[in-house]
Design a protein around this ligand. Structure first.
Ligand SMILES: [Zn+2]
Ligand SMILES: [Zn+2]
Length: 227
């Protein structure tokens, strides 16, 4: 049963207060970001790196995990959350590699709540209501339209996100580097060999009737790929 019904319940709880005091006793009254001494312990803020939500607040491996909590000063905390005019520069990542290399898994591990994710497969799901391996050709121009709008949003840094992740094959070196340049993005290559990709097709139950089609996508990527 959920002990804390709201985030406020949690922050008022004995568990959180004791946990926070024990962190302060252990780490001292210094901001872990800027190193400033924080005179009054009431001004030391316990910041959760994985942001607390009503869904995860009852999971002690997130809410009461020392590895997930930094002790910071008021200024650094506002900066962290981009509040009150503190604007952190936005970061953009272009995550590329062959089909089934694990690009989405990688982004899921690295992203934070509130990051902007741009991925053709997910946009297809949004407008077609079909599973993510089934992408009808007739919708391509609509999906790419939404995709390009989001790409433009990222180029102009439109919106309140802190990080954007653009996911795709991007086998062509020239196109990939030009896009990364236009986006001001860091390139992240998710590596997998052709054999590994084939093996994942074999192992993926959802693709059991589309093996030839997906091997075709893999072959096409490796034919176009330039390091
Ligand atoms: Zn600080
Ligand atoms: Zn925080």
């Amino acid at each position: 049963m959920a002990k804390f019904k709201t985030l406020q319940d949690f922050y008022k709880s004995k568990e959180w207060r004791i946990f926070r005091m024990s962190l302060i006793a252990e780490r001292g009254n210094k901001c872990q970001r800027c190193g400033k001494i924080i005179a009054r312990s009431i001004d030391i803020i316990g910041h959760h790196k994985i942001e607390l939500t009503p869904e995860n607040v009852n999971d002690a491996t997130i809410s009461l995990n020392p590895d997930n909590v930094d002790l910071v000063c008021f200024d650094c905390h506002n900066q962290e959350h981009g509040r009150f005019g503190y604007q952190k520069p936005k970061s953009v990542f272009l995550v590329y590699g062959p089909p089934l290399a694990g690009k989405k898994t990688f982004v899921r591990q690295q992203m934070k709540r509130g990051d902007l994710i741009v991925d053709m497969d997910r946009l297809y799901v949004a407008v077609s209501m079909l599973p993510d391996f089934d992408k009808p050709d007739n919708l391509f121009s609509n999906v790419i339209g939404v995709h390009n709008l989001l790409i433009d949003n990222i180029k102009t840094r439109m919106g309140k996100w802190a990080n954007a992740w653009v996911i795709g094959g991007y086998a062509d070196k020239f196109k990939r580097e030009r896009l990364a340049d236009e986006l001001g993005a860091e390139l992240i290559y998710i590596e997998a060999s052709r054999e590994e990709c084939y093996a994942r097709i074999e192992a993926d139950e959802r693709l059991q009737y589309r093996k030839a089609e997906w091997r075709g996508y893999v072959d096409k990527w490796f034919e176009q790929y330039r390091e």
